[in-house]
Design a protein around this ligand. Structure first.
Ligand SMILES: [Zn+2]
Length: 388
């Protein structure tokens, strides 16, 4: 049985290599097929005018309709990071938020720090549950996400990467109104906090519309007037807005996952990534007639960059997710993911099988390129191994 398992391992390697090549190719193809959309997706738009994103966390509550009235009166839009649990209790308010042109965001289901940050699995379950709730109530898939308490000291890089991979857009904030510093912060103090701050071109202002935040409601008109006076425009958070996230800090939490849980997470992330947003370019590539595209000028064939679609066409179906900016390919139960932004290509399987794929690549003009010599060397080696 040693021999057969050796062959199996070799085959696996080869499959991985092939998957890798199709992945690159497909992603490049995706960019070509839908270049406009991807170009739009991949570029955050810096607004011309200074812009403030008013954000309200922890609702909806009985204060939320008052907030909505004020926003309407001043004709400005905001973003509401709601709790799934409260959304269920105030469906009408959630529909009003969406109906009046504000953005909805996911703030987890119950905001319980202990639970949320003791294991990613718990966090994930809460996010999904809230996601489903909001889809049901508001009829829209909500991708914006804000971590209760913010990401700093709560999120590790896994939280970030899993959530981003699943298509969520994580926002912390640039300016804290200080309205949740303690219970019952008065309006005057909230206004002062805002006015005291140095303003950036894009301000993501943290406020709360959960119960107990009467001061925020009272401060809101003055805050709106203040930003209007400074020439700011008011927008909702969208995929075009460059997310602000805090750096990863030393965690407040001890957490661990069993291997089994880790596998569960990976599978769930995958499924979400496939389901939750439109995948582009999921078409099999069969056109091998186009010339190989070389990126830039090179005299050295060793340094030839090739669009992978051209290099390995006709072998697989690839999907490109414009939100997480990840190309993915599933074949034979294996999933390969390629994230140009993160600068990594990985094969996702069980934890034990997950591995980095080691080929130089670059992403330019919405196309994925890889170093042809390395790709071919890798492929040749895989064949050799398989044949041995
Ligand atoms: Zn919160």
């Amino acid at each position: 049985m040693r021999v057969s398992s050796g062959i199996r391992a070799a085959m696996l390697t080869m499959v991985t290599v092939l998957l890798l090549s199709w992945l690159y190719a497909g992603a490049a193809e995706g960019a070509e097929v839908k270049s406009n959309e991807i170009a739009a997706e991949q570029k955050y738009v810096i607004p011309e005018r200074p812009t403030v994103y008013l954000t309200f966390d922890d609702g909806p509550s009985k204060l939320t309709p008052q907030v909505l009235d004020i926003l309407k009166e001043h004709d400005v839009k905001a973003t509401f990071f709601v709790l799934g649990e409260l959304a269920e209790a105030r469906e009408e308010t959630v529909r009003r938020i969406a109906g009046e042109g504000h953005a909805l965001g996911n703030h987890t289901y119950d905001h319980e720090y202990e639970n949320l940050y003791s294991s990613f699995l718990h966090f994930w379950e809460q996010v999904r549950k809230t996601d489903e709730t909001l889809t049901r109530i508001a009829g829209q898939r909500v991708r914006l996400l804000r971590a209760p308490g913010g990401t700093y000291t709560n999120f590790d890089s896994h939280y970030f990467s899993y959530l981003q991979e699943a298509g969520y857009i994580i926002h912390d904030w640039t300016l804290d109104s200080g309205d949740s510093k303690r219970r019952g912060v008065p309006a005057g103090e909230i206004v002062r906090n805002v006015k005291r701050a140095r303003l950036s071109h894009e301000v993501n202002l943290l406020m709360h519309d959960g119960s107990g935040h009467k001061g925020t409601v009272e401060a809101l008109p003055e805050i709106i007037r203040y930003f209007k006076g400074k020439g700011y425009s008011f927008e909702v958070l969208t995929e075009k807005v460059k997310p602000v996230t805090f750096r990863v800090g030393k965690l407040k939490w001890n957490r661990s996952m069993t291997e089994r849980q880790h596998e569960q997470v990976l599978a769930a992330i995958h499924e979400a990534s496939r389901e939750s947003h439109p995948m582009l370019a999921a078409r099999p590539e069969t056109d091998v007639s186009r010339p190989v595209q070389v990126l830039g000028k090179t005299e050295d064939p060793e340094r030839e960059w090739v669009a992978l679609r051209d290099w390995a066409s006709g072998k697989g179906t690839v999907t490109w997710d414009p939100v997480s900016k990840t190309a993915a390919l599933a074949m034979g139960g294996t999933m390969l993911e390629f994230s140009p932004n993160a600068g990594k290509a990985v094969r996702l399987g069980t934890v034990a099988e997950q591995s980095a794929v080691d080929v130089s690549f670059r992403f330019e003009n919405n196309r994925l390129y890889l170093l042809k010599s390395e790709a071919e060397a890798m492929l040749a080696q895989a064949y050799q191994t398989a044949a041995t």
